[in-house]
Design a protein around this ligand. Structure first.
Ligand code: FAD
Length: 385
């Protein structure tokens, strides 16, 4: 069996490694000549980590991951701790730890595991068609690829999604802007072994450790879409939006490098239940585009990859049947993740400030139990126990 994989992001490469591992021949086509990840880092939660372990990257991932042992929320004016707790009970109950990692390093690990020379860069698919017994992909440069199955891991702006769904989908603006980047660890901003989040005014400032003595930081601010802001205005924008916030936040703003700080207007797509059509499967953001509020978009793509590879490997009724089984296993799971993230997004970002204020109050009495039990439920919904 030969699989054509469109897209060399987290989803496409995880799928390529998974299929290869299951003895399926793969061809990976990536539109750009050089992948430049849109964000600085990503938290891989234990459900995603287990998938990467299963794909043979356990040791490498451990080298990339930051030592995130605790989680804390702080109020925004004085930086007083609202709650702080260990992640250990979560790790013990789900059987794996989370790893925040720099995206470029994650991408390199996936590329090297699959085989850098085996990825066809600079190949943008224009359209696809199925024929009796196979599928063809037509590329903008005239190349044509033929396979038994096609995996569309071409991201949130997928050109293959309309073929699968039979209609176009709209991206929905989630109502906030996220700035993110990497900065050297400074313990006067936050402890080096903790996921620290300052919350207030429907905004947040968060820091997570990644390997190499760096914090992954992000700032979220509820804002209109399309404002004339970019890297040249990062420091003045953040200084304005976070005026009056605690000293560590001001210190972080002074420490960041605007040239490597990303500004992203956050979107998702209304979940849909159809992930496959014939011999074509959507995987990763093409099939479920989520806000990053529970840090599960990339993890879900890794889960998709494992489930899809097993479905293709173990099925003897043919590719189309295997894809339907993949859809059956994934559609509810990914819908649930998108909707959970959307709910979290609204509470965090002050869609209704009364609800957001109640959440700030709840954090004062949080022992870790409620937060960790929500995370546990999300994590244990993954395919690998
Ligand atoms: P992409 O990464 O978008 O990759 C798609 C690839 O397909 C790209 O390389 C693109 O060039 C290529 N492509 C596109 N069109 C074509 C074409 N026509 N032909 C060929 N190739 C094509 N997830 C987590 O798990 N944890 C987190 O902490 C987390 N944090 C996030 C923070 C932010 C601010 C954002 C925006 C997202 C976050 N996510 C997180 C989500 C995660 O980044 C995505 O879910 C993940 O990158 C999706 O991977 P993908 O491979 O499906 O898509």
């Amino acid at each position: 069996m030969k699989a054509i994989i469109i897209g060399g992001g987290i989803g496409g490469l995880s799928a390529a490694i998974a299929l290869k591992r299951c003895g399926i021949t793969t061809e990976v086509y990536e539109a750009v000549k050089e992948i430049k990840p849109v964000g600085a880092a990503i938290s891989i939660w234990p459900n995603g980590v287990k998938c990467l372990n299963w794909l043979g990257m356990k040791e490498q991932l451990q080298q990339l991951g930051g030592p995130m042992e605790f989680m804390a929320y702080k109020e925004f004016v004085h930086g007083q701790t609202l709650t702080r707790f260990s992640l250990d009970p979560l790790i013990k109950s789900v059987g794996e730890r989370p790893y925040p990692v720099a995206r470029a390093e994650l991408q390199d690990m996936l590329i090297d595991t699959y085989g850098r020379g085996d990825i066809q860069f600079g190949k943008r698919v224009a359209r696809i068609e199925e024929f009796d017994g196979g599928v063809r992909a037509y590329f903008e440069d005239g190349h044509v690829a033929v396979g038994d199955v096609l995996i569309a891991a071409d991201g949130t702006h997928s050109v293959i999604r309309p073929y699968v769904l039979g209609h176009q989908t709209e991206r929905r603006y989630a109502g906030y802007v996220n700035w993110n980047g990497l900065v050297e660890i400074d313990e006067s901003i936050a402890p080096a072994n903790q996921w620290t989040t300052f919350v207030g005014e429907g905004k947040r400032v968060s820091l997570m450790p990644v390997a190499g003595n760096r914090f992954y930081f992000f700032f979220d601010v509820p804002l209109d879409k399309g404002l004339p802001e970019d890297r040249t205005t990062v420091k003045t924008d953040l200084t304005r939006y976070f005026a009056g916030w605690a000293a560590p936040v001001q210190k972080l703003i002074s420490a960041i490098n605007p040239d490597t700080t990303n500004r992203i207007e956050i979107h998702d797509i209304e979940p849909f239940m159809q992930l496959v059509r014939g011999r074509v499967a959507l995987l990763g953001d093409s099939g479920h585009s989520t806000t990053p509020d529970i840090g599960q978009g990339g993890c879900a793509a890794m889960e998709d990859a494992v489930v899809l590879a097993v479905a293709l490997q173990t099925n003897s009724l043919g590719v189309e049947d295997a894809l339907l089984r993949y859809q059956e296993k994934r559609a509810y799971r990914v819908k649930d993740l998108v909707l959970k993230a959307r709910k979290r997004c609204d509470v965090t970002h002050g869609k209704d400030m009364n609800i957001t204020h109640s959440w700030y109050e709840e954090l004062k009495s949080e022992t870790g139990e409620r937060v960790l039990s929500g995370m546990r439920e999300t994590i244990l919904g993954g395919p690998l126990e």
